[in-house]
Design a protein. Sequence first.
Length: 473
Amino acid sequence: MILIILHTLMEQRRSFIKDLLQSTDVDRDINAKGWVRTKRGNKQVAFVALNDGSTINNIQIVIDIANFDEDQIKNITTGASISVNGTLVKSMGKGQSVEIQAKEIKIYGTADPETYPLQKKGHTLEFLREIAHLRFRTNTFGAIFRIRHAMSFAVHKYFNDRNFYYLHTPIVTGSDAEGAGEMFRVSTLDMKNPPKTEDGEIDFSEDFFGKETNLTVSGQLEAELGATALSNVYTFGPTFRAENSNTPRHLAEFWMIEPEMAFYDIDDDMDLAEDFLKYLIKYALENCKDDLEFLNKMYDNELIERLNSVVENKFERITYTEAIDVLLKADQKFEFPIKWGSDLQSEHERYLVEKYYKKPVMVSDYPKIIKAFYMKQNDDGKTVRALDVLFPRIGEIIGGSQREEVYEKLLDRIKEMGIPEKDMWWYLETRKFGTVPHSGFGLGFERLILFVTGMSNIRDVIPFPRTPKNAEF
Ligand code: 4AD
Ligand code: MG
């Protein structure tokens, strides 16, 4: 008795549409909340497709118009936010197994059909980028950001299950050691009137941190410090590069996952990179089915097939020198001519992956002149134990290496490359005390999401892209 009274006094708890659509427990009272996608019908009955972001699928609300106020029905238009009390029933119609027979509807917010930009018709991805504050409400971006979430969860699960610790490396850094690209300065100095030294240079000793600081381009160097005590660590955070690269694969602010492992050589590093990528893609195939099927249908008919083929096939492993041989014999002209010593351009990477090997390719042992100072030098004196993983449609998805663990060799390289030794004392000390062979890599998170969703522009897989001349929202 008490239970029954309590039940009628309480407002029905909100159910997520994802759970309602899977439910076989029908003819019960439920509450759903969400945003109206469409409304159709006639004078007697209205059918509303409601979405709450929990799934790509909408639930159908059946409204018997005689039981509702006319004005209220009029305000239920595309984009309006509503709460529905009703009965979950087996659906008579096609396309859904259950629907909601509405008893009570509350409108939270209307959306004027004259001005709401997301009417039923399809919009271009370019247009949706201009309304990134609303694009979450489309099927496409709902799918992309649910997948992005699933991938970030899977990253943590993968490492947590394998004795890796999540290490938070700093966003503001005082070292420019990576040399990965131009940096964004962090400063509180008065730009109009900065303090000057006697030589007329800007006096950064007066700045907030008492020295020049920038936004990080990579958490690797700090991750190495963690790995030389915790064995296996990873960072997963935002990184910043002020390169003027206006391409579909570059962002000025992107997220990177960087594992760093003590007692790993380059082969162990490759094994981990391959296993990690396959795990993530398999996770998406198993956990993001509806969203992937939608993207497969709407944008890229080969998406799911491509994801499966990456999971099922062993990646090709070649050296840079072997890659150059293949490229020199290619039956295709490249915009950038290739020779030993030059860096691989996107067109070369895609030739190797898409035309020649037809699967992901791991390229190792690059010329040391085109790679960072910290990479382990091979005995040939020319190459370093670098590793790039190249993917179909993406090109480079991972960059990594075995690290130089010999103090003298690392110091020589730092001097050779003109890196200020005084900035690197802490990094060098890990090689002075209990040094170990170690390796790591960086996976560009948005490049992974590009691959998994089949989208073609990196601006469409991060909620609010930062690119040259663009930092809206
Ligand atoms: O090859 P990168 O520059 O390597 C590093 O930063 C190393 N410190 C990683 C490590 O060994 N721990 O960058 C790694 C990956 C690239 O392979 C690419 O996927 C992604 O980061 N990336 C970008 N993604 C989006 N926009 C950009 N501007 C990117 N630059 C690199
Ligand atoms: Mg790289």
